[in-house]
Design a protein around this ligand. Structure first.
Ligand code: COA
Length: 206
């Protein structure tokens, strides 16, 4: 990797850490009233690369939130939640590879795309890609099991919803487009009695 690419990756990594701490801090402030310093929130990857809030359970709630991070083109987003697994992704439409649909999607997934009006297909191919990444992150395994291990079973252009199946479990991913970026996020409730509580955050390089 050339020096500029290494520096860009490092800056985006830092931005990702900062935005994840924003999300965790706001989530805890909202639900406990406690104001945590960013330095009190430690984020470390587990063996699969999935980011985790480290150390003792934080906040008066005595729970540790799940977090997800994505960064692209100088923008980083994060999602933190209690009582849920979370996944988030963003990608730029401008940097889309021409051949990625054939690599990323199975025949049934390409059929879903072909049912859409031609004007929507490029954006929806990216929404489907982002949805797979977000679901992969919520599963904790990312894309390590291979792109086709995550299968899209349904897309809904009216709501932006994309349903992704991984090991027989469905992840209902919300997708949106904002200018050149496509975003995907999923909050998957865990089998706890309490409802999920989630907090998103975004940061851009100035
Ligand atoms: C997780 C993954 C989908 C990220 O995709 P990406 O487009 O490179 O980068 P994004 O900006 O969208 O996301 C990066 C973040 O994903 C998160 N992440 C990485 N592995 C993860 C996992 N197993 N579960 C959940 N989140 C994960 C990290 O927080 C990472 O940011 P960080 O390195 O700054 O902490 C991808 O890196 C992955 O699957 N890695 C695992 C195995 C692999 O490399 N497979 C390649 C074959 S397809």
């Amino acid at each position: 990797m050339e020096m500029r690419a290494v520096e860009k990756r490092r800056r985006e990594w830092l931005l990702g850490r900062a935005v994840a701490k924003d999300a965790v801090g706001r989530l805890i402030a909202r639900h406990t009233g406690e104001a945590l310093e960013a330095s009190a929130i430690e984020i470390v990857p587990d063996g699969y690369g999935c980011p985790q809030v480290a150390g003792e359970p934080i906040g008066h709630l005595g729970m540790r939130p799940a977090i997800s991070i994505a960064h692209s083109e100088g923008t980083a987003v994060a999602l933190a939640a209690f009582n849920a697994a979370v996944g988030i992704d963003l990608e730029s439409l401008a940097r889309r590879r021409e051949d990625f649909e054939t690599i990323a999607f199975s025949r049934p997934e390409r059929d879903l795309l072909e049912e859409l009006p031609a004007a929507l297909r490029q954006e929806w191919a990216l929404r489907m890609w982002c949805a797979k990444e977000a679901a992969g992150k919520a599963s904790g395994r990312g894309l390590s099991a291979g792109l086709l291990a995550l299968q899209i079973s349904r897309i809904d252009p009216d709501t932006g919803r994309v349903s992704v199946v991984w090991r027989g479990e469905s992840f209902h991913v919300s997708t949106t487009r904002d200018d050149e970026f496509v975003f995907a996020a999923v909050i998957r409730a865990l089998p706890y009695p309490d409802a999920p509580m989630a907090q998103p955050a975004t940061r851009r390089v100035q």
